[in-house]
Design a protein around this ligand. Structure first.
Ligand SMILES: Cc1cc2nc3c(=O)[nH]c(=O)nc-3n(C[C@H](O)[C@H](O)[C@H](O)COP(=O)(O)O)c2cc1C
Length: 547
């Protein structure tokens, strides 16, 4: 692994303390000065040594002594924020309250709250789940969904898994901890487009292998798809499903490059590239160029994998392009086994501001579109739907399943369980918690044994909380959640259930004709299965502009 040779500035206080201790001790002994300075510097040096040797707090290991200033400020930070700056629900992208519940569940400490809700229940957008007069008792919280029922090797997935994040974006110890937690809890770990590294393999947890446009782990020298390499990796027992990445909510339509300087031996080994060579993910795939070819590619991958479920992940952009894929399914009879919908509110290691803020349909609308199109074309029974987009609590899972998903994934939720403090420095390599960095001296401080347990706890305690929500709602399984269960306030005086708020299609309705829903009625009749192009009438509209 790449070693940094310069002296890390973050150790400065520790080194100065050691120097101060030695110097003040010499002066104290030689001229008989008092012991006050040796005691102060000695105590600081001892604290620094303790910080470096302990394994519980990665931030302290990376920032000996200095980290305590952060802990000190943090200990009265809530009070300062409460009185002067912001509330527990304001911080972005994840509020203190959202993060706190993950930390507590990951640490297996009390996640109860006193006195009553701090949320503004009369503010527009407030949501809740309705309870029942006849609550249930559910014995097991390990809710599962079978994906690829029609495949030779279907997969029984947990309803809450680790979303795609590559080795390269995350440190080796972060990957090991996530995969070990996944193994302990029986849920899946998506590799991200950086493919399967040795750190994914060591723990042996279930993997979903993501294939991005760079075809890492299954590519020829020129960056095109290599079927033999794919077959070899896809047939690993640990790989349970294959996910073709079409796009990601935080940066749809944006390729990526991992500069050669960052391509270490381990990254090169996982991705099938040379050490030091730029790792380029183009903005689109070379293995297919239209909807029919995409489905042919998926069928080809399923065959090469020996019958494992194969699907794709996408953020919704132009609706006609998504409709074209569905039309291709109807015309060819070829279908993905699953689709993962990523919301525009999703995260990334690094992306331009406009991409993060202004591209990618938010998860609620994207999921509704995908679910409704499949219901309206009678395809929903054959295709499972997963969803991701700031899902960190049991209520987040419940509302996403109520909108139409079968299961949920979380990326940043699991990062918090690893100790991520939302320092927003994933793109700098200086992640203080050792999660999103390739600096071995930072990443190595993340204790795999402890953090694996936390990943496991977060999953388990979140699903236990989901079980309690279902019990209170009189339901027995996550599959029973529907739009009638979730209510949203739309004004000071009005609330609606999702059932009334959103348009849900009847099975087969889209095939029968008009749906009364603008996006379907405007575009569906005009798209064709063999092209992602905009419908003809829209191209005509464009001609009305200046040229
Ligand atoms: C550090 C980081 C790296 C990511 N890398 C990938 C990736 O390689 N492939 C991918 O499809 N999505 C990637 N994502 C997106 C997540 O898998 C996920 O879809 C998105 O963040 C929404 O989930 P969240 O809101 O729970 O974070 C990444 C996200 C983060 C935060």
């Amino acid at each position: 692994m790449e070693k940094t040779t310069t002296f890390p500035l973050r150790y400065t206080v520790f080194v100065l303390s050691l120097a101060g201790f030695i110097l003040s001790l010499i002066i104290s002994i030689s001229v008989g000065a008092g012991a006050i300075f040796p005691i102060i510097f000695g105590a600081l040096s001892a604290l620094g040594i303790y910080d470096l040797r302990q394994r519980k707090h990665t931030v302290s290991r990376n920032y000996p002594i200095v980290a305590h200033i952060r802990y000190l400020l943090e200990s009265f930070g809530p009070e300062i924020r409460q009185y002067f700056i912001q509330s527990d629900t304001e911080e972005r992208p994840f509020s203190r309250e959202q993060r706190a519940i993950v930390y507590q569940r990951a640490k297996n400490v009390l996640d109860k709250r006193p006195f009553g809700s701090q949320l503004s229940m009369y503010e527009e957008g407030f949501e809740w789940i309705n309870h029942s007069m006849t609550p249930n008792t559910i014995t097991e919280s390990d809710f599962r969904v079978v994906i690829g029922k029609q495949c030779a090797k279907p997969y029984s997935a947990s309803v809450f898994n680790i979303s795609a994040m590559s080795f390269g974006a995350l440190s080796a110890n972060a990957i090991k901890s996530l995969n070990t937690g996944a193994r302990m809890g029986g849920f899946y770990h998506d590799t991200g487009e950086g493919s399967i590294s040795r750190y994914h393999k060591q723990p042996g947890g279930d993997l979903v292998w993501e294939i991005g446009s760079g075809y890492f782990g299954c590519r020829n020298k020129d960056g095109t798809f290599n079927a033999d390499m794919f077959r070899e990796n896809a047939n690993l027992d640990q790989v349970k499903m294959i996910e073709v990445k079409l796009s990601q909510g935080a940066k749809p339509g944006h390729g990526g490059i991992l500069p050669g300087a960052k391509v270490t031996a381990e990254i090169a080994e996982a991705r099938g590239v040379s050490i030091g060579e730029d790792c380029v993910s183009p903005s689109s795939h070379s293995a297919f160029s239209n909807p029919v070819e995409l489905l042919e590619f998926i069928d080809h991958l399923r065959e090469l994998s020996g019958g494992k479920p194969v699907g794709f992940k996408l953020a919704i952009g132009h609706p006609w392009e998504w409709f074209a894929i569905v039309k291709a399914m109807l015309e060819t009879g070829r279908k993905p086994d699953f689709i993962v919908v990523d919301g525009g509110e999703g995260g990334t290691g690094a992306a331009p501001l406009e991409f993060i803020n202004r591209l990618g349909t938010p998860m609620t609308e994207a999921l509704l579109l995908v679910h409704n199109t499949l219901v309206g074309t009678n395809l929903r029974e054959d295709i499972a739907i997963g969803a991701a987009g700031k899902i960190t609590s049991a209520f987040n899972i419940a509302r996403t399943l109520a909108l139409g998903a079968d299961w949920c994934n979380s990326a940043r939720g699991y990062m918090f369980s690893l100790g991520c403090i939302q320092a927003l420095s994933c793109h700098t390599g200086h992640c203080p918690s050792g999660v999103a960095t390739q600096d071995p001296r930072r990443g190595e401080k993340l204790d795999v044994e402890l953090k694996s347990q936390r990943v496991y706890n977060f999953h388990k305690n979140t699903l236990d909380a989901l079980k309690h929500l279902l019990e209170a709602s009189g339901l027995r399984h996550t599959s029973e959640l529907g739009p009638e269960h979730i209510i949203r306030r739309v004004s000071k005086t009005e609330v609606h259930s999702y059932l009334d708020l959103f348009h849900f299609l009847e099975p087969g309705e889209l095939l029968a004709g008009e749906t009364g829903h603008a996006v379907f009625d405007r575009y569906w009749p005009h798209v064709t299965a063999d092209s992602f192009d905009a419908p003809e009438f829209m191209l005509k509209l464009r001609e009305t502009k200046l040229r």
